[in-house]
Ligand binder design. Structure first.
Ligand code: FAD
Length: 484
């Protein structure tokens, strides 16, 4: 009799955000039986929360080359050019595919796709759906498609707790509740780790769980020190702490003001620059925030931002919005090649859990949703050629420990916007394994580059261009490796 706890599939996908949903869909489209495992309901994914949109070179005055150049410039000498080239070349086709799947992107008054401008982009190239409701619209539609697609079995409320390995290959995944999925390939699409930091824009589930699963199975991790801090997360407004106010609002003319009501930064500079300028004002004045002035912006363009603030008692059409940086996006993750393959056979990683080197040291706004789709599709294609073997018995699943309040405080205090050796050495003793790894990576990078600012090494070291910090297999200490 078949074991009710055991599911056999051609492909297991862990995580049902943008990357996981699209990888599962494209896998099923090629005839695979896909098991899609998601720990949390859809509204808890970072993808659902995405406000800005997807970046793609679609305008007549734009090209994939210009998009790649902007990506590389924002990434501060650390972008893997081959990954950026793939993203920028394939993103326009992905937008077309999503439209075919029923996502309605916003149009201008001529009926063409309306293209937004965000920090670091030299052209208007960000497509939205429902203004700042892009993530919600896209994820809802893809979820509906996944449920209707023949070949996808959705396993909701199941948390992957261990990868099932045999003879050096990943052959499946085991969930906390004892269910085991056997498949020749597993794609991790478990999202980022920004919620490990006390102050974050991310949903509570973004804890980097996939990174720890991959590491336990022997996969290499990269660039863990590179956490992007979003400049404009709401602070001091009850019930809206960490709520992100999309950069697209600055693209439509919103300004940042200090306590004197003066502008102090070019609002559409890349995120690391804007976040640091805000931090400098806050440090000099002792103020807990700066102000975002969006009073001149058409509220109809960003309905969910406006209504979320109004519900909290702040009317952004008449009042200034207090904002400060918050942990937002991990540029690092599980080392993955251009097809999402990790360093362990049978294991793939896509979306924010992966590190292809695409984002370098500072992600260009709205490149991450595009990445989820472009690399999600590539990974499912590659994963389907993995050989099927005899998996043996699944391992037992351990209970997963969430990070403590103290760990989240320690990450914010010691691995926040500005770091130094003393704080990072303290963090390197934290009980949480990912916090310790983050500290070691941040200690290795003795320079200031993009999102990583060392008070004790305030300059960029040109010798570290293209040098990524990597922890391989069961090694405890990261080393630099050059990626091109
Ligand atoms: C507020 C906000 C606004 C943003 N705006 C934009 C934007 O406009 N444009 C843009 O490009 N990017 C934006 N980003 C970033 C972008 O949304 C994310 O990088 C992207 O959505 C990540 O998608 P993902 O599929 O990799 O992960 P997620 O969407 O985070 O999904 C991860 C999934 O993995 C599941 N999971 C995790 N661990 C386990 C486990 N152990 N077992 C089973 N399931 C597990 C979760 O439940 C979830 O289903 C924004 C992020 C935030 C937080």
């Amino acid at each position: 009799m078949a074991d009710p706890e055991r599911i056999d599939a051609d492909l297991a996908v862990v995580g049902a955000g943008a990357a996981g949903l699209y990888a599962a869909y494209t896998g099923a489209l090629r005839g695979a039986r896909v098991a899609l495992v998601s720990a949390t309901p859809l509204a808890r994914t970072a993808s659902y929360w995405a406000q800005g949109g997807l970046a793609a070179a679609l305008a007549v005055d734009d090209s994939p080359d210009l998009h790649r150049e902007d990506t590389e410039r924002a990434g501060r000498g650390l972008v893997r050019s081959s990954a950026a080239a793939v993203l920028c070349r394939e993103a326009p086709g992905t937008v077309a595919d999503l439209e075919r799947l029923g996502v309605h992107f916003d149009a201008d008054r001529h009926g063409n796709l309306a293209l937004g401008l965000e920090g670091g982009h030299s052209r208007r190239r960000v497509v939205h759906a429902g203004g700042s409701a892009t993530g919600r619209r896209v994820v809802r539609q893809l979820s509906a498609v996944a449920v209707e697609t023949h070949g996808i079995e959705v396993i909701e409320g199941a948390r992957a707790a261990r990868l099932w390995t045999r003879e050096g290959r990943v052959v499946g995944v085991v969930c906390e509740d004892g269910r085991a999925i056997h498949a020749p390939a597993v794609i991790l699409a478990t999202g980022g780790s920004a919620a490990l930091w006390r102050r974050t824009t991310n949903p509570p589930g973004s804890l980097g769980m996939g990174l720890l699963l991959a590491r336990e199975a022997g996969a290499a991790l990269a660039d863990l020190e590179l956490m992007q801090f979003h400049p404009t997360a709401v602070t001091g407004v009850k019930g809206r702490e960490g709520f992100l106010v999309t950069e697209a609002i600055r693209g439509e003319g919103a300004t940042l003001l200090d306590g004197q009501g003066e502008r102090f930064v070019e609002e559409l500079a890349p995120r690391d620059e804007v976040a640091r300028a805000i931090w400098a004002v806050m440090t000099q004045t002792g103020a807990p925030s700066v102000d975002l002035d969006m009073r001149a912006v058409d509220p109809a363009l960003f309905p969910n931002v406006v209504s979320a603030l109004r519900e909290a008692g702040l009317d952004p059409v008449r009042e200034l919005v207090p904002v400060a940086p918050a942990a937002h996006y991990g540029m690092g993750g599980i080392v993955a090649d251009l097809d999402g393959a990790t360093t362990v056979p049978g294991l793939y990683a896509v979306g924010e859990s992966a590190c292809t080197g695409l984002h370098g040291a500072n992600r260009l706004a709205s490149n991450s949703l595009s990445e989820c789709f472009v690399f999600g599709a590539r990974a499912s294609f590659a994963a389907l050629s993995e050989p099927r073997g005899e998996p043996g018995e699944p391992p037992a699943a351990p209970a997963l420990e969430p990070p403590s309040r103290e760990t989240r405080h320690a990450l914010w205090q010691h691995a926040g916007l500005v770091r130094d050796a003393e704080g990072l050495n303290a963090l390197a003793e934290d009980p949480h394994p990912l916090a310790r790894l983050i500290a070691r990576h941040a200690l290795l990078r003795t320079e200031t580059r993009g999102a990583h600012m060392r008070a004790d090494f305030p300059d960029l070291d040109p010798a570290r261009d293209l040098q990524h910090s990597i922890t391989r297999g069961d090694a405890d200490e990261p080393l630099f490796e050059r990626w091109t």
